[in-house]
Design a protein around this ligand. Structure first.
Ligand SMILES: [Zn+2]
Length: 112
């Protein structure tokens, strides 16, 4: 089934802003509204998910809405593992802290 009409209208509405999909809720949002995570190699040669706070944009990224609810969803659904296509390690507290640094949406505690 061709779905060109829908794709075109979506593109027009969002302008030229790149959109990324949240690894928690799966919603597509402008990249600027999402928190980016990437992986870093640990001493044990494992891949660890870390927030891309500095905007280095190294390697493959995973994106998350700045909401704790989405982080919980991502953890439950193994969204990070799927995004990085690897058995990545993650520190839940570190990821929660990354969201806490984005207070604008955190206060609302929205749950879909
Ligand atoms: Zn989300």
């Amino acid at each position: 089934m061709p779905s060109r009409t829908r794709e075109r209208s979506t593109a027009a509405r969002s302008g030229h802003q790149p959109e990324r999909r949240c690894v928690g809720c799966g919603t597509r949002r402008p990249q600027a509204e999402l928190i980016r995570f990437h992986t870093r190699k640990t001493e044990g040669e494992a891949l660890r998910v870390v927030p891309d706070a500095s905007g280095e944009r190294l390697g493959r990224g995973a994106y998350l809405c700045p909401r704790l609810a989405c982080l919980e969803l991502a953890l439950r659904r193994r969204g990070f593992q799927r995004a990085f296509r690897a058995a990545v390690e993650l520190d839940e507290n570190e990821l929660r802290d990354a969201l806490k640094n984005r207070p604008e949406d955190n206060e609302q505690r929205q749950v879909d």
